[in-house]
Design a protein around this ligand. Structure first.
Ligand code: LLP
Length: 433
């Protein structure tokens, strides 16, 4: 129940069971089936507004470029566009999605360590607001492509500030040796060069040091380094108009002390606030993670010998939600039915049916004794959930639902199993038989 106390979008109702933004998840699970992702539009809106408010209260005008990779469903993007967000994209596909959702090209930023010629061409043709260049090689390539097209790319240099964000190794991006960004020691020279290159309009600098960051200190250290660069470049007479402060603000999944948005606003205000810059951030997880749950059903129980937790086998798996198997991530799990809410708990291990030992959602977790057919909600799966799904083990992509103001609607039907092989074909010699 502690899990619900810190999550204002979720409530346990004695009659209707677990409610998400007031909608009984029981209804969705029984009508749509499971596994099913549920996105709360109201939560997306509330969190976006809270984030914005934190900056306004620090006297900062900061543009929000939502990082599509966290949850790129067109309905999510539409909600966030309505809330005034631009987009941070990392592929041609994401760029096209952002445009499909009606996001103004002027508020689209293209980040990413390996943009192809075709993707850079698309970005130039769409005339997007900013391309975050990640290397000298990419800068030269962009200059050549833009010049050949007679177009100009608006560019920020993404700087690797060599700051350890103190987060999971696999989601750290700002250390020496990480593949991202331009070594901060080389950034001033490249900026100088960029200001003279054809087809390039240099706007400023960008940085992004990692994800699920739980302390303001690394943010502040990285931005201080960027501020130093800004001041140095300006002292040479170069123009630096903007700084893109990246994403990375962490959320509470279990009992972490996640910094409030005000802490991020403070880190930015104290380092970059007085430099007369156009500022932006690229949040993904902070907006989207608590705005989603994954509904699943218990298929079976598998008893273990005395002293070993029993297995609860559910119908969602690592192909749906990859975070626990990929990063050892902890997600809250709450039974949906009201009668289970206050039942005594026992230690159980919740696993999916995929044939991998890492297909575990929760190891030795205290949960009410569930039965086959019971529905469970896996919490905080709105970011890096559905977007990271695969069809491994020929498991079709799960259904998706959006809720808002007490209503709910399907936003993606469960994938039909036949569609898994519709694009497959046989080499002639096999057909010949
Ligand atoms: N900007 C850039 C350039 C990024 O690479 C990322 C995330 C973001 C913004 C958004 O970061 P956020 O605010 O969401 O932390 N799959 C992993 C997370 C990977 C994050 C990759 N980059 C997970 O499930 O934890």
């Amino acid at each position: 129940m502690n899990l619900l106390a810190s999550r204002p979008s979720l409530h346990m109702d004695g009659q209707d069971g677990l409610l998400f933004e007031g909608v009984p998840l029981q209804t969705i699970a029984s009508q749509v089936g499971t596994p099913c992702w549920v996105t709360g539009a109201g939560t997306l809106r509330r969190r976006t507004r809270n984030l914005r408010k934190a900056f306004v209260e620090r006297g900062l005008d900061v543009a929000l470029h939502y990082a599509l990779k966290a949850n790129d469903h067109l309905a999510t993007l539409t909600v966030l566009r309505q809330e005034g967000c631009g987009a941070d994209v990392v592929s041609g596909g994401e760029l096209r999605r952002a445009r499909e959702a009606g996001i103004d090209p002027a508020s689209i930023v293209f980040s990413g360590v390996g943009k192809t010629d075709a993707e850079l061409t698309l970005a130039l043709r769409e005339n997007i607001g900013q391309i975050n260049v990640e290397s000298a090689e990419e800068l030269h390539r962009l200059s050549r492509i833009a010049s050949a097209l007679g177009l100009t790319g608006r560019v920020a240099l993404r700087v690797n500030p060599h700051i350890d964000a103190a987060t999971h190794d696999k989601i750290s991006t700002g250390r020496l040796g990480d593949k991202f960004g331009i070594d901060w020691a080389d950034s001033a020279a490249l900026y100088r060069e960029a200001s003279r290159l054809p087809g390039i309009e240099i706007l400023g600098l960008a940085t992004h040091i990692g994800s699920q960051i739980l302390s303001p200190a690394p943010f502040k250290a990285a931005y201080a380094r960027i501020a130093e660069l800004v001041i140095g470049l300006r002292s040479e007479g170069l123009t630096v108009r903007s700084v893109d402060c990246g994403g990375g603000l962490g959320v509470r999944y279990r009992d972490e002390l996640a910094p409030p948005p005000a802490a991020l606003a403070g880190a930015i205000a104290e380092t970059l606030g007085d430099l007369d810059l156009k500022l932006a951030i690229e949040p993904g997880r902070w907006i989207a993670a608590p705005a989603g749950v994954l509904l699943t059903s218990v298929i079976d129980l598998k008893a273990q010998r005395e002293g070993v937790s029993d297995f609860v086998i559910v119908d969602a798996a690592m192909n749906d939600l990859a975070r626990p198997s990929l990063y050892g991530a902890w997600h809250g799990i709450v039974p949906v039915a009201p009668d289970l809410a206050y039942a005594e708990t026992v230690s159980q291990t919740v696993v999916g049916p995929v044939c991998e030992s890492s297909d575990i959602f929760a190891k030795e977790r205290q949960l009410p004794a569930v039965r086959p057919g019971d529905h469970l909600a896996i919490l905080d799966t709105g970011a890096y959930g559905a977007v990271m799904s695969s069809t491994y083990n020929s498991r079709p992509l799960a259904a998706q639902v959006m809720i808002e103001n007490g209503q709910w609607a399907s936003i993606r039907p469960r994938q039909r199993v036949e569609t898994l092989w519709t694009d497959e074909s046989m080499p002639e010699w096999l057909d010949a038989e």
